[in-house]
Structure formats: C-alpha cells, structure tokens
Design a protein around this ligand. Sequence first.
Ligand SMILES: [Zn+2]
Length: 203
Amino acid sequence: MLTVGKDVSQVERRLSEGLLACPDCSGRLGPWGHARPRALRGGDGSQWWRRPRRARCSGCARTHVLLPVRALLRRADVVEVIGAALGLAAAGWGHRRIAESLGRPAATVRGWLRRFRGRVESLRSGFTQLLVGLDPLALLPQPAASALGDAVAAILAAAVAVVRRWGDAVSGLSPWELAAAVSSGRLLAPAGTPMSINTSRPW
Ligand SMILES: [Zn+2]
C-alpha cells in the first residue's frame, strides 16, 4: 500500500513514467490494473466511490494499491476528518463529544483514538525524526498534556517542515494529508504493523 498524490491524472503520469518507487524494495512501480472499488466519506458526510490504481514492482514483483492522500488504510473516512478528531482529542475532548461535533458514530471515533493511542510512541518518534531530518534547526513541540497530544503535535510540526522544504510540490495538501502520504496511509494501522515514515519525496 502506497499513498500518492491527490490528483488522479498526476498519479497516472508518474506511474507510467516510472517515477513511483516500491515501498518494500525501492524498485520501480508500473501500472497493474485496479483494486476493487471502495467508498470514501468526506467531512460533510458525502460519500463517493473510486477504484484505486494497483501497481506492480519491477524489482520484487509485489503489487501495491495506490491510495489517494485523502484516505487511510482500511478507513472509510477521509484523513481530514480523522485528523480533526485526533486534534480535538489532543485538546482533551472525549470521544463522544468529538463524535457529536464531527457527525460520526461514537464507536467509530473511539476506534480511531484507540488505534492511534496503540502506536502513539512510534508515531511521535517517527514524525519527530522526519521533522529534525528536514529541518535540523526546527523547534521541537512543547510537551502536551497527553501522549496522544505529543504525537499530534509532532505530526503537525513535521507537516510544516515538509511544506517549507517542498513548497509547491505539496501545495494544496493539508497537514493530515501530508501525514497520510509519508506514513503510506498507516496512521491508524494496528500496533505492531510495520510503519516507516517516508523521508524521501512520496508525492
Ligand atoms: Zn519492490
């Protein structure tokens, strides 16, 4: 699974020109049909269906589904909504209040927070490394009131450094979309799932 640009035509172009690298072996990815259609739900509750592109690596022969930056692995809600929930949790809100404010079921929000908390330390350290790698002089975020808050602060600070470094190439992408891109959509993957933060250009 690989998270790529927002714009379908841009993804197609980069795929056909061999500009996308395999997340497992860095080999070159080429087009390999499409994955089954899946639904994605936006912030306003609207839902749309799309067929993600599938790509195959010329090195290790593994196939990868190319996720748009708006999506997280196995999540039906766009990363903007999930990121908003995480931001509110960092501010001390409980899952029921967050769910009400975002118009999502409480159980869904509780599931997001549980998953995020399950790998909060690897997220905090991974995004802090990304931040320092991009900008050695960056100010590290102040300690937050919770481990979840520390991880959210690291993600947002790294996103600022990504924009400063890559400017136009990432224009139009929000901090949470950038976080989805560099973590290959695995922000809410189960604890123990390998997750590497891509510090080369994933878009
Ligand atoms: Zn490969």
